[in-house]
Design a protein around this ligand. Structure first.
Ligand code: SF4
Ligand code: SF4
Length: 258
């Protein structure tokens, strides 16, 4: 059996996930020996556009051209894995972009500038356009998470799934809850897997692993209001890494208020 063929692709984002893979310095040679890395713009210049067993896609889709590129990646890959918050949720650039104000906000930044090489569209996660097989959340993804996934892929296994929120890992570490200290921690709303690294250093979670399945946003929203946080600051905090998924929640809140 030949080596597994892997392509690592980057759409719109800070390239932090690709950088993190490059930063696996002591494992990098083994990675390149164990698999055929067909495409990895940040690491090599002879990138192929041929078929791959696994495509790791970082970044959100923010232009028509990226949409086409993504569709072509899906066509030639057996398995597509979204890596990082931008690919999984749309990233910070997708926060509230599903709002009807997108064109207005776009003009506020770019005014009447004519863009000739790209056709911008509201930022969206990659599963808005293609079927995604697995997700590696995080901003950026973790090294241990990537290396474990890579090893599992070599053995023909899918990535590990984390179905619990950050709070669970925080409790396993026996941390005192920061909400009790009046800090706006988003642990209850956020996918686990990072090891609750922030609350373990007395820093409230800001949700960079993206929204947890079945997160009870209403309860956290109410709790933070009761603790004296103002509505706009809670909304901003909850929106940072929740991408387009938070829009429905905010629309519902608006309806309930009116
Ligand atoms: S500190 Fe944050 S992550 Fe830890 S238990 Fe409290 S809310 Fe959850
Ligand atoms: S604790 Fe929250 S903000 Fe910190 S790394 Fe984990 S998910 Fe991200």
């Amino acid at each position: 059996m030949g080596k597994i063929k892997i392509g690592i692709y980057e759409l719109t984002g800070c390239a932090g996930d690709a950088l993190l893979i490059l930063d696996c310095e002591s494992q990098l040679l083994d990675i390149f020996q164990a698999a055929d890395i067909e495409a990895f713009l940040m690491a090599k210049s002879d990138n192929s556009h041929g078929p791959v067993d696994v495509a790791l896609v970082e970044g959100s889709v923010t232009t028509e051209e990226e949409k086409e590129e993504l569709l072509a990646i899906r066509d030639r890959a057996e398995i597509v894995i979204a890596i990082g918050n931008c690919a999984c949720e749309g990233g910070i650039q997708a926060a509230l972009t599903a709002s009807e104000n997108w064109s207005k906000e776009f003009r506020q930044v770019y005014q009447d500038l004519k863009l000739t090489n790209v056709k911008p569209i509201p930022s969206q996660p990659i599963d808005a356009f293609i079927k995604v097989d697995y997700y590696l959340p995080g901003c950026p993804i973790g090294q241990e998470q990537f290396l474990t996934t890579f090893t599992r892929l070599l053995a023909g296994h899918p990535p590990e799934l984390y179905r619990f929120p950050v709070c669970m890992e925080c409790k396993w570490r026996e941390n005192d809850c920061l909400l009790n200290k009046n800090l706006a921690c988003l642990g209850p709303l956020t996918k686990g897997g990072c090891g609750a690294v922030c609350p373990s250093h007395n820093l409230p979670c800001i949700g960079c692993w993206g929204p947890a399945e079945e997160a009870n946003r209403s309860a956290e929203f109410k709790l933070l209001l009761e603790k004296g946080f103002d509505l706009e600051s809670i909304k901003r905090r909850m929106a940072i890494y929740a991408g387009t998924t938070i829009v429905d929640f905010f629309n519902q809140l608006k309806k309930e208020k009116s």
